[in-house]
Design a protein around this ligand. Structure first.
Ligand SMILES: C[S@@+](CC[C@H](N)C(=O)[O-])C[C@H]1O[C@@H](n2cnc3c(N)ncnc32)[C@H](O)[C@@H]1O
Length: 392
């Protein structure tokens, strides 16, 4: 068993709850990339076991505080407990989609597994999780019956920080020509090989449901729409019209097909634009909507990008607020983990002042609950979605 010895500061952080050990706090090791390591305090006491990375600033990610090293049965148990939680919440629907395993937050550092109507998509983001792939493929086969397919979609940019190549492979079974997934009444297609993330923004499911209720009878602007699911869902719920804006033509093509699939293409229009510029011009032209949704990509991927992100969120939301009818709603999301919920609300308040609107925070939701939010790992509570009523 490989081992790492950590500094007093690393020990205090680990015993304080947070499950990551940074490179500066590793004082001695002979571990190889991706090894399971025993974590030793300066006095040699074993503090638990983790996955080692030779490249990342996050040098060790804690797996367990147990003195026994994890074996294959341990990993199968981690999958079983994650599946049991989703089943208990009623989220593991054979025709639907959910995040089955949320990486570090579910005790399997670096490994995400999403389920889309019988297709499982693995996404590995660390040296350690790469070495666990085959164990989890076997565990899925043992615990979930015969899937339609298992796909390895390990091409996220974080792999660069771990010195890993990108990798996309169908590991088992075959993908259908078009993979259709159900979300309540909504039917949509997912491209697990080329779409964003593992093919889809699964984390927004609860927020789409809520936004659709607000849009009944009114017009919705779905900005940064990706494949249009805020909009299509709203149209299906009874919105009068929906306008989807995104820079990706492939995503907008899927939005149009999703609208058709759900019998609402007459209500939905898509435009390929740069949203930041478009919103300003649209507000100046006098356009107004009952509901405006803004769901941009992460403006801050780390703390160093925080100042720019603050400006971005303030300005984007000020522009969006000018487009909301009096008595209407702005639904505003941020997936930057470096911007905490309270901070995001402050930025929204500043946007309200800039836009000279009276804005009332009605609700602040997060990601759908299958995206486990481990309380000692604030980074896992990354998504904020504010529901605001807007008046003059
Ligand atoms: C977080 S995703 C949106 C997810 C979507 N709302 C959903 O529920 O599935 C962000 C989207 O913003 C788009 N995007 C990024 N920068 C943009 C820009 N400047 N203008 C327009 N779209 C942009 C990306 O193509 C991506 O589809």
């Amino acid at each position: 068993m490989s081992r790492v010895r950590i500094s007093g500061r690393g020990r205090r952080r680990l015993e304080g709850g947070h499950p990551w050990i940074f490179a500066d706090d590793v004082t001695a090791t002979e571990a190889q990339p991706g090894d399971v390591v025993a974590i030793h305090a300066p006095d040699e006491r074993v503090l638990g076991h983790g996955l080692y990375s030779s490249e990342s600033k996050i040098r060790v990610r804690l797996i367990t505080r147990d003195e026994h090293a994890p074996d294959e049965a341990f990993w199968c148990g981690r999958l079983a407990r994650a599946l049991a939680a989703r089943r208990r919440m009623g989220l593991f629907d054979p025709a639907g989609a959910c995040r089955v395993l949320a990486g570090d937050a579910d005790g399997v550092p670096g490994l995400v597994i999403d389920h889309y109507a019988g297709v499982f998509v693995l996404q590995s983001g660390s040296q350690g999780s790469d070495r666990l792939r085959d164990v989890f493929v076997s565990a899925l086969l043992a615990q979930c019956g015969t899937p339609r397919a298992i796909v390895d979609r390990s091409d996220a940019s974080v792999r660069r920080l771990e010195g890993l190549e990108k990798r996309v492979e169908v590991l088992r079974g075959e993908l259908p020509e078009v993979l259709e997934v159900r979300e309540d009444q909504l039917l949509y297609e997912v491209d697990v090989l080329h779409g964003h993330k593992t093919g889809h923004y699964l984390d927004q499911r609860v927020n789409r449901r809520r936004a659709a209720e607000l849009a009944v009878g009114g017009d919705m602007l779905d900005a940064f729409s990706y494949d249009g699911l805020f909009g299509v869902r709203a149209a299906l719920a009874g919105a009068r019209s929906v306008l989807c804006l995104d820079q990706s033509e492939a995503a907008l093509e899927r939005a149009r097909r999703n609208a058709e699939r759900n019998g609402v293409s007459g209500k939905l229009r898509c435009e390929r634009v740069d949203v930041m510029r478009d919103l300003r011009a649209r507000a100046e032209s006098g356009a107004r909507f009952a509901v405006v949704v803004v769901d941009p990509p992460a403006f801050a991927k780390n703390k160093a990008e925080l100042a720019g992100a603050e400006r971005g969120y303030r300005e984007l939301n000020a522009r969006a607020l000018r487009l909301v009818d009096a008595g209407g709603h702005l639904v505003s999301a941020s997936c930057s983990h470096a911007v905490r919920a309270e901070h995001f609300v402050q930025l929204l308040a500043q946007a309200a002042t800039l836009a000279r609107r009276d804005v009332y925070l009605e609700d602040l939701l997060g990601a759908s609950p299958d995206h486990s939010a481990l309380m000692v790992l604030p980074e896992s509570s990354y998504l904020k979605c504010a529901f605001m009523r807007v008046d003059d």
